[in-house]
Design a protein around this ligand. Structure first.
Ligand SMILES: [Zn+2]
Length: 303
């Protein structure tokens, strides 16, 4: 059995919103067991927005949440870091409707959480354990969640661009693999889309400091952090979006050409299909039987 966790102490960072370009201060504050991840708008008198799929409000270029008069957008990278580092309960206080983009990855949030530290609460953590597959598709995009003994992700992307025609990766997500293999992967966009985004009031804070920008034949940034940074960032987005399920998932997510729309639609569909999962307090790793010595037969299992 694992216990729920929260921040050991309050901590904060400051940055700019990718889409708004506005300056924003973000604090992570300890919260009691079973209170979950909650965004709090200090500029709106402390209105709160619980991070769950029922409050989903936007999926265009970033994931946004809304509750009553309060909204918050671009939540996915921070959520991915909180979920992957096992911070079950936290108040995320902001003085602006957009989470700061930092360097476009989740690494600054991993640093912030690790630097402040976490502490356990005397209440068991509850997991959503997948019992049967749940599928979703739309056009040439698809996503599925299968039973598994751990939280695992398989992602493939394919774009009409020489640098990312096809990238695929499978990873078992733990605190360590997330921090090392996924968190550093930055958000990316196409140069030809930037002008259109800006005309629509988006990407106003975007720069080579917080996004990988793809030109016709290559990237405009000095270097990539991983050769397949793009698919790793899609995995980061999926982990954050699926964080809106509200429980850590024990299951295998398999996604092909998905994005915020399919990630969040899967989160909603899973919660609607009650027979596809159950809530458990122990991840229940089922050991696979090892080989028996020669001449020994395994007893029949009677149920
Ligand atoms: Zn992203």
């Amino acid at each position: 059995m694992h216990l729920q966790r929260t921040m050991r102490r309050a901590t904060y960072c400051a940055g700019i919103g990718l889409h708004s370009g506005a300056k924003v201060t973000l604090s992570l504050k300890p919260a009691p067991a079973n209170s979950g991840i909650r965004f709090r708008r200090s500029d709106l008198g402390g209105l709160e927005i619980p991070a769950n799929i029922h409050n989903l409000a936007g999926i265009q270029y970033a994931t946004g949440l809304c509750c009553g008069q309060a909204s918050v957008s671009t939540v996915e990278h921070l959520l991915a870091a909180l979920v992957s580092l096992g911070v079950d309960n936290v108040v995320v206080e902001l003085n602006h409707p957009e989470v700061p983009i930092m360097d476009g990855s989740a690494s600054p949030f991993v640093y912030l959480i690790n630097e402040a530290g976490v502490r356990t609460l005397p209440v068991p953590r509850r997991y959503l354990k997948v019992l049967r597959p749940v599928f979703l598709s739309g056009g040439n995009k698809r996503i599925a969640l299968y039973p598994s003994d751990d939280f695992k992700l398989t992602y493939t992307i394919s774009f009409d661009h020489p640098l990312l025609r096809h990238q695929a990766r499978t990873l078992c997500i733990t605190e360590e693999t997330f921090a090392e293999e996924i968190a550093p992967a930055r958000t990316f966009g196409f140069l030809k889309e930037v002008e259109m985004l800006r005309q629509n009031g988006l990407a106003l804070g975007g720069s080579l400091e917080n996004a990988v920008v793809l030109g016709e034949t290559g990237v405009l940034n000095p270097h990539l952090r991983f050769e397949d940074e793009f698919v790793r960032h899609k995995m980061l987005d999926a982990i954050g979006d699926l964080g809106l399920i509200g429980y850590p998932v024990i299951g295998h997510v398999v996604a092909h050409r998905a994005g915020h729309a399919l990630h969040t639609a899967l989160a909603a569909k899973v919660l609607q299909e009650h027979d596809a999962w159950r809530i458990v307090e122990t991840p229940e790793i089922v050991p696979t039987p090892g080989p028996l010595p020669v001449g020994v037969t395994r007893p029949a299992v009677v149920s």
